[in-house]
Design a protein around this ligand. Structure first.
Ligand SMILES: Cc1cc2nc3c(=O)[nH]c(=O)nc-3n(C[C@H](O)[C@H](O)[C@H](O)COP(=O)(O)O)c2cc1C
Length: 185
């Protein structure tokens, strides 16, 4: 169906945001999409911090964005906004890199005080990059995300339901099937 790039902007090695995105990747894959995961923290720091547009891995990341029909942009909330790591990649993409793409913004955070970070901080940046179709996103509290003994992610029921809803809305906008595997809930 559609090609989706799923970008996690967390610098953390044990990132809940990245785990959440990979969890939702499974749901999107079950709906018939090709999903490509991208953890910004795996890109070379010197290229990101030195604004090296010509670094092969930055060129490759930009090509993945260009190829995608849909982009999931996930970030932890840091100081009431998106992470600097996410911004360091967005800054290296072409100005209108998100033109014509459907975008799903997601955030994880420690406090409901910053539940609007997606709308006040992230959404304007995505719009400035040409994204005209940004579907409703979701802010998930970190306490609602736990890692099981087998390493799998457990999402608290209320959050899981909301995340399933926004993910399915994104999928439908991309022409995905509505049936999903119950286990990916
Ligand atoms: C440096 C730093 C700043 C943070 N600032 C905020 C904040 O302003 N608002 C908030 O709700 N959570 C804040 N948090 C909590 C994280 O957003 C939250 O734990 C998130 O789920 C971490 O995601 P990760 O595991 O993917 O890194 C902060 C965490 C760190 C480490």
């Amino acid at each position: 169906m559609a090609t989706i790039l799923s970008i996690s902007g967390s610098p953390s090695a044990a990132s809940r945001t990245a785990r959440l995105l990979r969890h939702l990747d499974n749901r999107l894959t079950a709906q018939g999409h090709e999903v490509i995961p991208l953890d910004v923290r795996t890109l070379p720091a010197d290229a990101l911090l030195g604004a090296d547009f010509r670094h092969p891995e930055i060129i490759q990341a930009a090509a993945l964005v260009e190829r995608a029909d849909g982009v999931v942009v996930g970030t932890p909330v840091y100081k009431a906004a998106y992470s600097g790591l996410l911004k360091s990649l967005l800054d290296l993409l072409p100005q209108y890199a998100l033109a014509g793409k459907t975008v799903l913004p997601l955030a994880t955070g420690g406090s409901t005080a910053h539940v609007l970070a997606i709308d006040y901080a992230l959404r304007p940046v995505l719009s400035s990059m040409g994204a005209t179709h940004i579907v409703p996103g979701w802010f998930t509290l970190d306490k609602d995300l736990t890692v099981g003994v087998d390493g799998s992610l457990i999402v608290a029921p209320g959050a899981a339901e909301a995340l399933a809803q926004v993910t399915d809305q994104f999928s439908l906008a991309l022409g995905g099937r509505t049936t999903v595997l119950a286990a990916t809930g």
